[in-house]
Design a protein around this ligand. Structure first.
Ligand SMILES: Nc1ncnc2c1ncn2[C@@H]1O[C@H](COP(=O)(O)OP(=O)(O)OP(=O)(O)O)[C@@H](O)[C@H]1O
Ligand code: NI
Length: 264
């Protein structure tokens, strides 16, 4: 068996809300091989985003990793300093989030943010970085990339920002991509295009993808394995065909029953 690119063992995530401690992730373990897609499904509040944020080092002030380990290749991530984590996020772990606006700095142009991200990861001149940015903006189906580079985040639609975020992720050729509901807010056509881009990333760069979604159709299309999250735990974790054919957990059964036909 090949070594996994991402290996999460007994992850525990807690949030502090006032005087209350919320246990959002309670002992999640999984391994992700290069070129594989693990889909995570589960009801709202089950801990899917908390799992992603923990891996990305983006839990914020209230959140903390209360136990377990996260390995990217051989490197342990859970106690890395912020700056080291920022470098890894982007270059080795790409990120596509549901809400692109939280990803962008509102006062910087798209071009500036794209080239600065590239240049913080690779030794590139400004013009080299700009050329790479244009190329990747075109690759995600954005016409007039020059014009987009001059614009600010608020001047673009949600779908366009989502594409820009994906273009940035792709340009860095991450070994792991974390996509937390990357298409939820988008129309069906854009959703399909973005899913195809994720599939390309996997094919071209052998990137492993952790994909959170509510859409079983997306899972059927893209995932190799599926984890079903329920109250902070993986209650089921299986190859996608197995899960669709023989769901074990009552929650999974009801989820599948609510969707009559799922075909691969
Ligand atoms: N910043 C936070 N402060 C306090 N509690 C939080 C915070 N973020 C998440 N939580 C809590 O942690 C639990 C898991 O939330 P999480 O966002 O991971 O769920 P999710 O599975 O991603 O849900 P959704 O499908 O709605 O995105 C929930 O109980 C949520 O209220
Ligand atoms: Ni979420």
């Amino acid at each position: 068996m090949v070594d996994p690119v991402l290996s999460v063992t007994d992850l525990q995530v807690e949030f502090q809300r006032g005087t209350e401690r919320i246990s959002a992730v309670r002992g999640v373990s999984f391994q992700l091989q290069a070129g594989k897609v693990l889909g995570i499904i589960g009801e709202s509040g089950s801990g899917k985003s908390a799992t992603c944020s923990a891996i990305l080092g983006l839990l914020g002030r209230e959140g903390q990793i209360a136990g377990g380990t996260i390995h990217l290749g051989q490197q342990e991530l859970t106690n890395l300093p912020r700056t080291a984590m920022r470098q890894i996020r982007g270059q080795q772990i790409g990120v596509v989030l549901q809400n692109p606006s939280s990803f962008f700095n509102p006062i910087l142009t798209i071009g500036r943010q794209f080239t600065e991200t590239l240049r913080s990861h690779y030794p590139l001149s400004r013009s080299e970085a700009h050329a790479i940015a244009l190329e990747h903006l075109s690759a995600v189906g954005l016409s007039y990339p020059q014009q987009i580079c001059r614009q600010f985040p608020f001047q673009l639609s949600g779908g366009m920002l989502q594409r820009v975020m994906i273009a940035i992720a792709l340009s860095l050729h991450p070994s792991v991509l974390i996509a937390d509901e990357p298409t939820t807010a988008l129309d069906v056509i854009t959703q399909m295009q973005i899913l195809n881009l994720l599939a390309d990333l996997r094919r071209q760069y052998d990137s492993a993808i952790l994909l959170v979604t509510h859409d079983l159709g997306v899972i059927a299309q893209l995932a190799d394995e599926v984890a079903v999250m329920y109250q902070g735990q993986f209650v089921e974790y299986a190859p996608v065909e197995e899960l669709f054919d023989r769901p074990q957990h009552p929650y999974t059964r009801s989820l599948l029953a609510s969707r009559l036909v799922v075909r691969r």
